[in-house]
Design a binder for this molecule. Structure first.
Ligand SMILES: Cc1ncc(COP(=O)(O)O)c(C=O)c1O
Length: 383
């Protein structure tokens, strides 16, 4: 038997696997499925972005640069200026990535020395599962910090002993799965504590443009020294399949990341970069997408309100974080809804140490018509 990395077995059993099996069983009964589980919205990618991709396919597409194209970096810098009023040097402070997920997974390699005593990376729990996985595969100490009711991660409240052995902190605002938004004062406190302890502070802002009230701030507005932000076109521009995002922030860290990422050759193809440049240069399509998510969200909020089910936080992102009613836990409620064709994610799928159990997550990914049809089904079951 070949000797393999034991992490592959330890981490492989994703609750999603079981969910997929149950989904297939329900579909086999001929029931229509309304799938609110995976965060991959059905809406098409805007035509002008698809066209930019096609136009980007040249007679010869050579190896892309790790640094991306100057045009893409310029478009990202302009976007950051428009959206957050921050000035970022496109040549030294921006690094395109092949989506946000690989960057979440690989960025711990920037700080972790597996032989060192201090190799902790801390992240919010519940949270996006790749934070933990990236740290473990890099040989670091993964520290999941439980979030309280408001789901705001406050690293300045962590014990000094943990902060001393921490090399990197992940923030995530707007937060998956809860939709909680961290305000600028709290982001400043996070920068302050990270700088005091020489910790790299990275904020995953993949949902920065999917909000329902005030636009969420960026960590870049709180400072750049020791700071990185991570953005994605997946949800903002309906480009999950393109794999495109970026890291931005401290020029010294961006330079090291560029060197690090040249080892595996992590770079998006230039035709994807061309599509990404078009997407970051336009805000109109984002307004339309936001309106659509808002309409889906409102339909579900009204329904849950009518039947007395509490939707917690959910101020931004494409998710609703719904409290499980009495008599169920997250898995049994998800299973009960699935029996009627409505697929939701049990909250524990996003937790490391049991976090998330009191909730299920609904991703606003079916079409508005399907959301309405699902509400009719849910009314029959719950109402
Ligand atoms: C918080 C968060 N970060 C990162 C990602 C990864 O996004 P991408 O599609 O750009 O890899 C996701 C995807 O759902 C996410 O929820």
């Amino acid at each position: 038997m070949p000797r393999l990395n034991p992490l592959l077995d330890q981490l492989a059993e994703y609750p999603m696997v079981e969910l997929e099996r149950r989904k297939r069983a329900v579909a086999a009964r001929g029931l229509p499925l309304y799938d609110f589980s995976v965060g991959d919205p059905v809406e098409p990618t805007p035509l002008f972005i698809r066209q930019a991709l096609k136009d980007g396919v040249k007679p010869r597409c050579g190896y892309p640069s790790i640094a991306g194209t100057p045009g893409l970096r310029g478009a990202i810098a302009d976007y950051l200026g428009r959206r957050f009023d921050v000035e970022v040097n496109p040549d030294t402070q921006i690094l395109p990535t092949a989506g946000a997920k690989e960057a979440v997974f690989h960025t711990p390699l920037l700080v972790i020395d597996p032989a060192a005593e201090d190799k902790a990376v801390v992240f919010p729990d519940p949270g996006y599962p790749a934070y933990q996985r990236g740290v473990l595969f890099a040989g670091g100490e993964a520290v999941a910090v439980p979030l309280s009711g408001d789901h705001i991660f406050r690293p300045w409240l962590l014990p000094a002993e943990l902060l001393r052995r921490t090399r990197m902190i992940w923030l995530n605002t707007p937060h998956n799965p809860s939709g909680a938004v961290t305000d600028l004062d709290d982001l400043r406190r996070a920068v302050d504590v990270a700088q005091r302890y020489d910790i790299v502070l990275v904020c995953d802002e993949a949902y920065a443009d999917i909000y329902h009230d005030a636009p969420p701030p960026s960590l870049l507005q709180a400072g750049t020294q020791g700071v990185l932000v991570l953005h994605s076109l997946s949800k903002r521009s309906g480009m999950t399949g393109y794999r495109s995002g970026f890291l931005a922030g401290d020029p010294a860290l961006i330079a090291r990341l560029r060197r690090l990422r040249s080892n595996p050759g992590l770079a998006s193809p230039d035709f994807v970069n061309a599509a990404a440049q078009a997407a970051w240069s336009d805000d109109g399509h984002v307004v339309q997408r936001r309106d659509l998510f808002r309409a889906k969200r409102q339909a579900l909020l009204d329904f849950f309100d009518q039947i007395g089910i509490d939707v917690h936080l959910s101020q931004a992102t494409i998710y609703l974080w719904v409290r499980v009613p009495a008599g169920f836990d997250d898995e049994s409620w998800a299973a009960a809804l699935l029996d009627h064709g409505v697929v939701v994610s049990p909250g524990r799928m996003f937790g490391v140490n049991g976090a998330g159990r009191g909730y299920v997550r609904l991703a606003l990914v079916p079409s508005l018509d399907d959301v309405r049809a699902a509400i009719t089904v849910l009314r029959g079951v719950l109402g």
